[in-house]
Design a protein around this ligand. Sequence first.
Ligand code: MG
Length: 399
Amino acid sequence: MPDLRTVTLLGATGSIGTQTLQVVAAAPDRFRVAALCSGGSDIPALAAAAAAVEAEAVGISRHDGLAELRAAIAAVWPAGRALPEIVAGPLAAAELAARPADVVLNAVAGSQGLRATLAALEAGTVVALANKESLVAGGPLVLERAAPGQLVPVDSEHSALAQCLRGGAPSEVAKLILTASGGPFRGWTRDRLAQVRPEQALAHPTWAMGPLVTTNSATLINKGLELIEAHLLFGIGYDRIDVVVHPQSAVHSMVEFVDGSTLAQASPPDMRLPIALALAWPDRVPGAAAAVDWATAQTWTFEPVDEEVFPAIGLARLAGSSGGSAPAVFNAANEAAVEAFLEGRATFLDIVDTVEAVLGLWLSREHVASGNPRTVEDVETVDRWARAHAREALAASSR
Ligand code: MG
């Protein structure tokens, strides 16, 4: 019988967070959520989730929601049970991540998840990482602090790669092949993409996710981030990581070995499988999700990425192989551009064009010579630089 693992859940009211709560509720003998935290946009949902697991600590990253959170918790807390400790403010996630736990599942959206990842690593806790941006932006910092096995992927593609990598020795690995759904605009031309409105970008064909990652899936920036994430997690060179479009999202990624054999991990699209595996790693959780139904006829297709229409993956490859803070620039420029797009201040094509312009500016100024970021402040400085230049580029292009 596996031991009960205590879980700290960061980003509890988002898509990954709510599915993590389902995984935990379905396996109460294996997991217990002891602390949870969210940005604070849906305080009643956070309070309800905290009450359901009788959490010991609850946090929000907004300062101003403290009174509302206290009241919401008091309203739903089971009678006679000890009230949780409550923390509020930008450092709440990092504070909770530093508390003793077996696993911190970091599902914070965007590069703001970095401090929490580092806090959990420093506390010696396993980090189940759903926040790929913290790894992309703070790569060198995170890798420096992570002991072998301390970072466990939650992303379906990286979970698939980790599973397939069990099939051979490191020296036998020829290539990683990341699969991409291709997003809602697969097969479109650049002219058509110019007309895309936010509500179209927010309708993803296979996965239900938050607005940032859904937009990133439509531009293929998400796959670019995943390419960098795969390099950092598995230590495989960018020249040995390929991306292939697979619209059915049944094969979540593959590993090709030196003898020509390819191992693929397949399951219907359901994040509860990689979440459960990450929480229990290296063990599997029986019944975590449904398996492929081989009694029903189905077709799985694979096609190359149209890099002309979707240059995001090539830009990620450039950022990743340039090293230093270039991946942080790639990510921050994108976050600023996505924000502008969702607020109607930029077109869909502006997003990747902005990333290209800001990354180009960073590389041309030889900022790379400054080397790897050494502190979170270094990463934040680069992050602000990239956001400011992204906003400037967007303002210039809308004039
Ligand atoms: Mg993914």
